[in-house]
Design a binder for this molecule. Structure first.
Ligand SMILES: [Zn+2]
Length: 106
């Protein structure tokens, strides 16, 4: 269960790997379109690799690297089982290629 950011009502969240259900997630109370908040522990992921490079320097670093890795995995699993939702922003219809029809040099 998560809380709708628009009306503070409980929203039944699908299993975190069920991407199709997440794509169509709507608050049953206010019909606000919702999406999963990316887990914060994802930012810790890129730090694991440099820590393992450092782990070659000694046993203390090695233990620190392993502890950090397990903590990151644990946090990710914890956040995945209790996903938070945020309001889905409308996709911006911004064109990637702009046609230059009104060229002043012509
Ligand atoms: Zn709502």
């Amino acid at each position: 269960m998560a809380t709708c950011p628009a009306c503070n009502h409980d929203v039944r969240t699908p299993f975190f790997l069920n991407m199709d259900a997440w794509r169509h997630l709507v608050c049953p109370q206010c019909k606000a379109r919702l999406e999963m908040k990316p887990p914060r522990s994802f930012v810790l992921g890129p730090l694991i690799a440099p820590l393992f490079v450092l782990a070659r320097q000694g046993r203390v670093f090695e233990i620190t690297a392993f502890a950090f890795m397990f903590a990151t995995i644990f946090l990710l699993l914890l956040e995945s089982t209790h996903p938070k939702v945020q309001l889905r922003k409308k996709p911006l219809p911004e064109p990637s290629i702009r046609l230059n029809i009104d060229d002043p040099s012509n």
